[in-house]
Design a protein around this ligand. Sequence first.
Ligand code: ME8
Length: 448
Amino acid sequence: DQLRILNANTKFVTCPIYYATSSPHIGHIHSSVIGDFYHRWNKINDVASKFSLGTDEHGQKIIRSAAQQGYDHPEILVNNISDLYRRTFKKFSISVASLDDAIFMRTTTSEHHQAAQKLWTRLRSKGFIKMQNYEGCAVNGHKLEWVSEENYIFEFEPFLNEIESWIVKAVAPDAAKILIDELKDRRKTGNMSLSISRPRNRVPWGVAVPNDANHTMYVWFEALINYLTAAGYGKHDNNALEFWPPQLQVIGIDIARFHCIFWPAMLLAAELPLPKKVFVHGHWTRDGMKMSKSLDNFVTPKELLELVGNQSDAVRWFCLKHATLKNVDFQDELLRIQSDADLANKIANLLSRTTSKNLNPSGAYPTLFPDSLLNAPDGEKYLIETVQGLPELYASFVNAGQLPNAMNCVIRAIEEGLQFMTNEKIFKLDRDILSERMKKDSGDDDEL
Ligand code: ME8
């Protein structure tokens, strides 16, 4: 039962599947823009790429939300919310359609049920899933109750060392440190198993445990498997996947424990390769506070679009510019000022100046040649160096997961371009001198 990867050259970028309990907000857009960015990065570099994101539609939270919102059945809620996510992502140019090689995952599909049950059966047959009597607190309706019930547990102690060395390779040092501290803690307290089922009579909305009608899979255990579902696990009878492992998994720090401890344990137990990299980002806060339902202070997609005159690219730019592990406080002015400064006053400004009829009457797109630098007047040399070095510098930041640096190095190059125009008093130069200089720099021009 040798694992076979049907498209071994395809890169796979994943985003979380978001709870289908309520409307999307800035945080969901943030993660999804980062994932979509890397998917597009693959594609512009001519690398085959798949991208997944979607909605997490099972479990007690969903049951409760549906009841609170007056729905007769959780299914109505998850259909509505899932659709809302899809429409919202489209507004922000986040790939959600199959045309973009994107897979929109929903955990209520039969493919996902099948994949989750297949993985469960595999781990059970390998002896990593056991039945246990559980005593502790559980939420029942709105009440916290002491329960004593049977449930299944997944034991991941055998994999702790492998997980630790994987974290060091796959996760950026600042986030890795947090995770390794948690591993130490678990070793100390002996907390090395995860409860992975709930009684079906308490949580009927979920994937059934194979061969046991009394249990539903714990939603987190099942939700993580969505990445395998997206890769075709369960679709094929034998041990084949369409592409695997993920090249990059984008997540928020809130779900790092699930993705960097439990998830690799599940994959190791199933003898499946681990993701290459995990991109862990921090959270947007508002007025210094966590955004939450009780405070009702989420930054909504509508607000974001209104702040930037409906230019969703400005929001994408803003997210990438702030894609760090540190939390960032959202302020209307921050989005407005930064998008004006970077996009309007710099990128658009340089573009319109360099393509204006006055400066560039033939609409030529000058190409830089290796010897441009040698022949350039002194005042131009630093600029040519910056422009020539930019693709490599940008790529090195992107590949290192340093998106704010990547965005900022583009802006710095543009600032140099603008500065150059001011220093050289480009607008005062004679048209003829200008077109002479353009010719000299670029040889044969490509038409714009
Ligand atoms: O946790 N700032 O879903 P979720 C930045 N269904 N990103 C944020 C954010 C914020 N304030 N709030 C949320 C779940 N996010 C599970 C995931 S995956 C197998 C299952 C982003 O709807 C961030 O990526 O609570 C975070 O990890 C995710 O949304 C959680 O979304």
